[in-house]
Structures are given as structure tokens and as C-alpha cells.
Design a protein around this ligand. Sequence first.
Ligand code: GLU
Length: 369
Amino acid sequence: MAGLKWRRLVLKVGSALIAPEAKGCSTRYLLAIAGFISECRQQGVEVVLVSSGSVAAGRAAIPFAHQPLPINVKQAMAAVGQTRMMQSWRNLLDFDCAQILLTHDDLQHRSRYLNIHNTLRTLLDHGVLPIVNENDTVATAELKVGDNDNLAALVATVVDADALIICSDVDGLYTANPRSDSTATLIPEVHQITPDIHAMAGGSHHAIGTGGMTTKLQAASKATSQGIDTLIINGQKADSFAQLLAGKACGTLFHKQQERLSAKKHWLLHSLKTRGELQLDSGAVQALLHKGASLLPKGISSINGDFDKGDAIWLCDAAGKQLAKGISQYSKSELSKIRGVHSQQIESILGYCPSEVVVHRDDLALVEG
Ligand code: GLU
């Protein structure tokens, strides 16, 4: 069996699969999906699950006769349903799961983004399955990502996934709506998401979830531009998962537009504005350039600029040459206190230690090489 070619994937499961009758959670489709997640882990593939279904799962607890549901009613349903949805996953999986609830605002805010990134990285390092949903209780229109397809694409970028798999209730992207047009055919591969491709996706056709093909294409467009292969598959068919696990083509594959590493490097070096600069001692320079190491407080000789946790900074040698750009785990004022010390001393100096490194290797790009 060829097996999966990806090392870390984000799997998005919508409300229509979790609560197919809109009457609370059902295991009908989740059983096969849980089996797929377990098998991925067996193959050494890390998985992050983005699961909708909180509103659908909590609907019965808050009786409300009129449509459309007011936002406060939906939020109340989500608050009830979120625990139910988590419980259904827990019942089907025999490893630890973690609940992560996010808003658009969290992903925009630099230090909160970094906290999310650190937490997800730590969970994956410890073999825990993160289960992400939008924080519906606090997120009204202006704070919302709005749909979990786009949320899943953002999460895939945050966790540096190499694939995003969106489970749908159709087999993939069709040339027309397969429910109303019998001549519609499945498109197995998309190399570029052109206006013609967008035209093939109608609006949402499902009463339960938020997204339709349109939001799935938006998600595919976001993810592929960041170097992440994106698949739309039929999550109602257990066979879709068997095909994927056997390394066979399934659904519609949207090819990544570039390598993930170069997309990330480009983002770090050319899109992020730097707010400061650290001068490193020769040991730290060697470790950075030749050992693939993260930057520790010990190796910092001086600090310039004014930056916050989550800001980008330049890492320079003693002569001031810019060697790398990275995201700082600490603000300038915190770094001024821990510069030159061993990581074990951070806690006693600051009173807390959110990170043993100042810039994690995954969050930095070398200018050359
Ligand atoms: N966050 C919503 C929920 O869990 C669903 C959003 C979506 O399905 O796109 O019910």
C-alpha cells in the first residue's frame, strides 16, 4: 500500500456529517472519519481536526420556532452543542483530544496568533489530537471567520500542514451542481483556481452547515497559495478514506501553488514588518547558520527597536549583518531582562516562561540558504 504522502494534515468535518438530521450528534459518518484519523496517526501522519456541529448539536436544547435563528440563540445552541460534539469525538477515539476555540480576531492578533501556534505545536508534539472550532459564543459577525472551511485553511497555515482535507457531502468539485444537472462531471485535479473554476461552485446548498462549494474553493485558494495541497472529498463515504489511506486519488485535489517551506520563508522575509533587531554572539550565529537551531536568550548580546511578543525581528551578527528574520516569543522589555541568561532561569527572572527559546526554528527564515 502506498499510504499517505503528507506528514501533517488538517481535516475539516462539517455539521452535515456530525449532525446529519440536525437533531444532535450522530455516529453515522463519524465512525469512518475517526477510523481514518486513527489510521493516519498509525502511519505517522499528524492530524488536526476542524469540527463544526456545535450549533446543530445544541439545537434541541434551546427550542426556538422561528427562522432565521437570532445570533444569541445560535450562540446559546453552540455553547450547549460544543461539549456534545467534543464528547462524540471522544467516544470514538482512544487517544487524547484537545479543544481549541478560535475567532478571527485571535488569528489577527500577533501575540494571540503565536500562543495558538505554540499550543498546537505542543499538542502535536505530545500526540494529542487538537479539535478546532470557531468560538461561536463570543464571535459575532465582525469577529467571525464565518465558516469552518476558511477557518480550516487558516489553521492549516498556522500549524504548517502540508495538506487540507475538506469533507463534504458530495464527491468533490463538479463542472456544475450534480444535484440539479445530470451532465455534471467530477473534476479530479485542479492546478489553478481560475475564475472558471469559481463559476462552477454555486452557493451553499445545505440547510445545516454554513459553507457550500464557494467557501470550500476560498479555503482551497488560501491553502494552495500557502503551499498546502487541498482535497475536497465525500466524507459520507467510508471508501473515500480507504482510497486516501491507500494513496489513491479521491475527490478533487487542488495542487499547492508552491512548496510550503518557500511560501513560509517568503512570508517571513518579505511580508512581515520587523520591529526590532537582536545582535547575537558568535556561538548563536554558528548554531543558527549551521546547526538548524532555535535562538536561545543566552546567545543575545544586544537588543534594538521596540517590539512585542509575536512581532518579527532581525537576527544579526556582531557586525550588524542581517542573517535571519523570525518571530519573537518575547517583547523587548522581557528580552532586556533575560538576555544572556540560560533558558532555565527565565521563569525565576520573569515569573513565567511561555517559551524556552526566543525565536523557534520553525518561525525563522535565513536570508541566505
Ligand atoms: N462553527 C459552527 C458550528 O460549529 C459552524 C460553522 C460552519 O459549519 O462552517 O456549528
